[in-house]
Design a protein around this ligand. Structure first.
Ligand code: PAF
Length: 217
């Protein structure tokens, strides 16, 4: 596995792979890998000739009072896990590579981002996601990109960007991977103290209960 830091390095590697006719799979991530991320990498590995994983804690999708500085970071561990999952390229740029001096573009998906996470976190969150994902698509030019269904609204936002901007990439949403007690795996689960960790499992139990009621008519 190669660890690349710059856009020209990634472009050169992609150009070379494309000459040989390779299909490219991209898994955009912010690192702190868990089995959910690894399931995306495995899905990409199974369907693509070249698998690129981006590892970038995207500052523009964090609010002023959110956890940008505390967000878990361990590149050496992530690189070892990505390599074991069969990833070919880990793209781990510095913030200045993605947002150089004078960067001024923002992608805003109207409507979809006003509700749910967009309402509680503010418009900047999905603007940051849409902008960085669009940049990653422009840099890597993947045939297929893989996202976790856990972030369901994010998947909808990305699909809308792809549709509205006619981006030539297929979006695959992979199933949620859960802990043994049903909690969806997330890099942020490390923030939960033991009591909150137990409370958090209520989400999945409530969904299961809702599904059971639905299935019973
Ligand atoms: O889901 C994430 O980890 C991030 O929102 C993403 C898609 C990598 C964009 O920074």
């Amino acid at each position: 596995m190669r660890i690349l830091r710059t856009i020209p390095e990634v472009r050169a590697a992609i150009r070379e792979a494309r000459v040989g006719g390779a299909t490219i799979g991209l898994v955009p991530t912010m690192g702190a890998f868990h089995d959910g991320h690894l399931s995306l990498m495995r899905a990409a590995r199974a369907a693509s000739d070249l698998v690129v994983v981006s590892l970038f804690v995207n500052p523009t999708q964090f609010g002023a009072n959110e956890d940008l500085s505390a967000y878990p970071r361990d590149e050496a561990r992530d690189a070892a896990l990505a390599e074991a999952a069969g990833v070919d390229i880990l793209f781990a740029p510095a913030p200045s590579e993605i947002y150089p001096e004078g960067f001024a573009t923002n992608i805003h998906v109207a409507g979809l981002t006003d509700v749910l996470d967009g309402a509680s976190r503010g418009a900047h969150h999905f603007d940051g996601v849409a902008t960085v994902v669009t940049k990653l698509f422009g840099i890597v030019r993947p045939d297929t990109a893989y996202f976790g269904q856990k972030d369901a609204q994010q998947v909808l936002v990305v699909r809308r960007v792809v549709r509205d901007l006619d981006l030539d990439v297929r979006i695959v949403a992979c199933p949620i991977v859960r802990e043994a007690d049903g909690l969806a795996m997330s890099s942020r689960n490390v923030y939960l103290d033991p009591a909150a960790r137990v409370q958090a499992t209520a989400l999945n139990r409530a969904l299961d209960a809702g599904a059971a009621v639905f299935e019973a008519g």
